[in-house]
Design a protein around this ligand. Structure first.
Ligand code: NDP
Length: 452
């Protein structure tokens, strides 16, 4: 039997190899390090996982599609963007994961997101594999007609690679209900099929699930509540800093309020808002979702309780809880140190990989409960899988039923991560618990299905 330290050496070699074989993909390297660095105990304990080639297959996507996306703006000028779909692992079910439209998108970013998605989807206990896609298209400042033409061009290529039993995209940064509508319309037109299960996050009148828009934010708050419960506390009366002001942030703020806590911030790439009375979520929805405005407009309309801070770090605002809900690496070591100095009790990741490895280390060392994104934000993809189930059955469930399922799934994920961490001598370490529990489920399926 190999020891943990021998296993760690083997995994370190593999990480060096990953960096060589995937140059200039720092986000993917970071995600691979974050997972592989925690696997030594399980690989040492279960010899079948040390089988040559298993982890090598896990870190190599099954398929990567890159394509040209030409489209015309309202003045008739032609733009050329890049489209990506990384189909990472389908051992547990069809590839499942969102599409991101943001200028920072490149292959390394999509691979980091797709890799995370494998373990996240495994943790939900549902039958979904891992994938991710997107484009370096920037929807900010574009008219509805421009966004529609872009989505139509994107789907004109993507439709060849997806399908309800093959690969099922959803939204992510820059892709919400409007974009999913245009993408679905073009898929239907090209294929001449009403294939509701090919995309999730659809509108409620045409195959969407109730509670899907809310699911990631609501789920993250439920995960944070479960971590607090473990320490004999609850959400009642706690203050929270939330970053971002998109889908995840809005429904995080809404659920915190519903459970007696108070979110005092929101942000976007221009700066952040502190609202002493607590963020008014209806006003935020109006500004961001209806008017597609910025958070400084929220502050202007809110009156004296709120002020806009251009630039700066939202993590400077003292609070009991922090729920990063914008983007990767938005919470670094010095922000984590500030949070700890201000007495933060729990940090739960609504975004994917928002905390840097140094920040995670510092928070855990300071005894802060830390919920990694692949566990804490899994509510979104879980309800996407419930949307697929409703589409297959040609039915729709009530909001209450979906919320009940979501709460069960989040509590199960919390319990799984907590118990797995204890089993592998890392009590309270949700990062290790999530990585090992997700890995075990995927690895078992891969071993059973042979070398493919
Ligand atoms: P949205 O596009 O709805 O909102 C993104 C928010 O984050 C905006 O406020 C945006 O501000 C801000 N943001 C994005 N990029 C940056 C950046 N580089 N710097 C500063 N601010 C930034 O996206 P979502 O809310 O859907 O996604 C947020 C995070 O949650 C992402 O990490 C995503 O991967 C993750 N996630 C989302 C799920 C979902 O169901 N939607 C599921 C699981 C995870 P601005 O407008 O100024 O760019």
């Amino acid at each position: 039997m190999t020891t943990r330290s021998e296993t760690r050496t083997t995994l370190d070699h593999l990480l060096t190899e990953i960096e060589h074989r995937n140059p200039a993909q720092p986000e993917f390297h970071q995600a691979a390090h974050e997972v592989l660095e925690t696997l030594a105990p399980v690989v040492a304990a279960r010899p079948e996982y040390a089988e040559p080639g298993l982890i090598e297959r896990l870190v190599e996507p099954e398929r990567q599609v890159l394509f040209r996306v030409p489209w015309q703006d309202d003045k008739g000028r032609v733009h050329v963007n890049r489209g990506f779909r990384v189909e990472f692992n389908s051992a547990l079910g069809p590839y499942k994961g969102g599409l991101r439209f943001h200028p920072s998108v490149n292959l390394g970013v999509i691979k980091f997101l797709g890799f995370e998605q494998i373990f996240k989807n495994a943790l939900t206990g549902l039958g979904i594999g891992g994938g991710k896609g997107g484009s370096d298209f920037d929807p900010h400042g574009r008219s509805d007609a421009e966004v529609m033409r872009f989505c139509q061009s994107f789907m004109t290529e993507l439709h060849r690679h997806i399908g309800e039993h093959t690969d099922v995209p959803a939204g992510d940064i820059g892709v919400g209900g409007r974009e999913i509508g245009y993408l679905f319309g073009q898929y239907r037109r090209i294929t001449n099929r009403w294939e509701a299960g090919v995309l999730t996050g659809k509108g409620q009148g045409w195959g969407g699930s109730l509670i899907r828009p809310e699911a990631t934010g609501y789920g993250n708050v439920l995960f944070a509540a479960a971590m607090l419960r473990e320490r004999g506390e609850d959400l009642e009366g706690q203050t929270a800093v939330v970053s971002g002001s998109g889908n995840v942030a809005i429904y995080t703020i809404e659920k915190l309020a519903a459970l007696g806590a108070n979110a005092v911030t929101c942000s976007d790439s221009s700066g952040y808002v502190v609202d002493e009375k607590g963020v008014d979520v209806e006003l935020l929805k109006q500004v961001k979702e209806v008017e597609r405005g910025r958070v400084d407009t929220y502050a202007e309309r809110r009156g004296s309780s709120a002020r806009f801070v251009p630039g700066g770090s939202v993590w400077d605002v003292p609070a009991d809880l922090a729920l990063p809900s914008a983007t990767q690496n938005e919470l670094d070591e010095s922000a984590a140190a500030t949070l700890v100095r201000n007495g933060v009790k729990a940090v739960s990741e609504g975004a994917n990989m928002p905390a840097t490895p140094e920040a995670v280390h510092l928070l855990q060392k300071a005894g802060v409960a830390f919920g990694p994104g692949k566990a804490a934000n899994a509510g979104g993809v879980a309800v996407s899988a419930l949307e697929m189930a409703q589409n297959h059955a040609r039915t729709s469930w009530t909001a209450a039923k979906v919320e009940e399922e979501l709460a069960d799934i989040m509590n199960n994920i919390h319990t799984t991560c907590h118990e797995t961490a204890e089993r592998y001598d890392a009590p309270g370490d949700y990062v290790t618990g999530a990585n090992i529990a997700g890995f075990e489920r995927v690895a078992d399926a891969m071993l059973a299905q042979g070398v493919i």
